[in-house]
Write a protein of this length. Structure first.
Length: 259
């Protein structure tokens, strides 16, 4: 922009000259520049980003409306929040000093967490109860803590308050959590594939209707653990129950058939 001093910042807001002048003054004020250049240290700061889009962009991705264009810009700005490590190019990943992967807890680790949580809740654990709870908690502490609270309720209402292995098993049976950590809906899913759809393959939407669940819920909540256990397969044609899954629910073997 003509008349601007060397190194000055100019913000172009073509439809609002007053805002343009105000922003130019902020960015080129000496005190503001000094503040922007100051080291961050431990101080938290809030930054705002101004993004503009032309008519071509709005027409292409925003449906030709202002609201649609604004929504498209917001989506584009927030897109990096949803990037996982698998979507990063190898050259970028290699620049990280260390990379980690979150995994499930081992039963022994979960048992120690259960013991600690029981101490916080004032629950007395006896005779391998912690190991029994840990073995049915899907390798996840929050599941173990949820089960522990429900077992505590059973111990206090039906028994003397102490959680023995027999009390734990009784409560887990009431909760319909089996030895593999599957709940009723998990077994219903496997049973539906095995008995209603001949073992599969069956499409996700069809399976969702038969269970009365949303497809996203099945795909994101129930299936991951079943896939991890090897009870279920995802194929291009749909979901298929495996021999391990059939064995777990007591269904007949598929024999020598293709699926």
């Amino acid at each position: 922009m003509a008349g601007q001093p060397a190194g000055a910042i100019h913000v172009n807001v073509s439809d609002d000259p007053a805002t343009e002048a105000a922003l130019d003054a902020v960015f080129n004020d000496a005190s503001s520049a000094e503040a922007l250049a100051a080291p961050f240290g431990t101080q938290l700061r809030t930054f705002r980003t101004a993004v503009a889009a032309d008519g071509e962009y709005t027409a292409a991705v925003g449906g030709g409306t202002v609201a649609g264009g604004q929504a498209a810009v917001v989506t584009a700005v927030r897109a990096p929040e949803g990037i996982d490590s698998g979507e990063l190019v190898l050259a970028l990943r290699d620049r990280f000093g260390m990379t980690f992967r979150l995994g499930y807890y081992e039963p022994a680790e979960l048992a120690s967490i259960v013991v600690r949580s029981a101490g916080i809740l004032g629950v007395e654990l006896e005779g391998g109860a912690a190991e029994e709870i840990a073995g049915r908690s899907r390798g996840t502490p929050r599941v173990a803590n949820r089960i522990l609270r429900r077992i505590r309720d059973v111990a206090e209402v039906r028994h003397t308050g102490a959680v023995t292995i027999d009390v734990a098993r009784e409560a887990l049976e009431l909760l319909e959590v089996d030895e593999a950590g599957l709940e009723k809906i998990d077994r219903d899913l496997l049973t539906a594939i095995a008995h209603k759809f001949g073992g599969g393959p069956v499409g996700l939407s069809t399976l969702a209707v038969s269970l009365g669940e949303e497809p996203d819920t099945i795909e994101d909540v129930y299936e991951p653990y079943l896939l991890q256990l090897g009870f279920l397969q995802r194929t291009p044609r749909g979901r298929v129950i495996t021999e391990l899954g059939r064995l777990h629910i007591g269904a007949e073997s598929a024999g020598d058939g293709l699926f």
